[in-house]
Design a protein around this ligand. Sequence first.
Ligand SMILES: Cc1ncc(COP(=O)(O)O)c(C=O)c1O
Length: 318
Amino acid sequence: MAEEFQGSLAHVLASTQAVQQAEDDGAPPSVAGGTGRDDVGDFRQWGVVVGGVGEHEGIGARGPGGQRAVQGYRELARSTGRTIPVLVEVDTGMNRVGAAPAAVVKLAEEVSRAPGLEFRGVMTHAGHSHDASDELGIEAVGRQEAAVMGGVREDLEAAGLDVPVASAGSSITSAYLTAADGITEIRPGTYVYNDLRILGRHACTPDALAATVLATVVSTSGRRITIDAGSKTLTPTKDATYGYGHLRHRPGAVFTRLSEEHGVLDARDDLSMPSIGDKVQVLPVHVCVWMDLQAEVYGVRGGRVVERITVDAMRHSL
Ligand SMILES: Cc1ncc(COP(=O)(O)O)c(C=O)c1O
């Protein structure tokens, strides 16, 4: 069966860890949800998220920000005759979207007063943890995320609002969040497969990198290797440590450039050169973007393809 997948431009393999995890859990591996961890919330159950940048204006995570979002969702509730559960997004330092902590109570009160809307709690994403250069830096972001969310919960409760949901935590900050901080669910995403960014932040071990692109060597010259996977497959994301990616079992080969359909590597420090036609496995730098480009991935165990997995979420994030 493996042969069936060879020969196309880029092969996508969700390798042994994801399949093994699924087997242990008795469930098929999947990209979104179905993670096999009962402490991982299914964030999709929440209707909408509101929260402007800084104060009440700006663009919210899923619609126009702040008060305008409340008005829009109120209208949606009225026209559909449904009650819409709402989380307010809190900016815990990423400075992307979300209300400033001091503005959350006011926005939550507007939500809870709005007919057709039900205030269910708060959420945040501390994506700036990826900017930290070491574990201490990540811990500092994670602890700040927990502290800010704990403070916001206290403020909301002091204002008489129930907070059934406090949703936070990513693959690299979840370790620093606990129920004692008032967090009710964590939302790690990348950890399903992991990638070189997560490895570089010491948040996984090399054997926990479960996704690779299977590419073919299409040209060699001196110590140069060209493979048939470029920016359309690997994405142009460049990591300070790992560049555009890393070839499994070829630690001395380094990507020098990507064009759309080709990746060029310098194998100066590699012990041997591959031949044209050889398959190489590329570990991705940022598996989220990479996965979004794939219609299917393949579960592999013992070198054999054991499962085809449709990426239902492909290109559904705009
Ligand atoms: C809103 C939100 N929640 C959760 C996550 C998951 O984060 P990670 O993939 O770092 O675990 C992301 C990732 O981009 C996100 O944007």
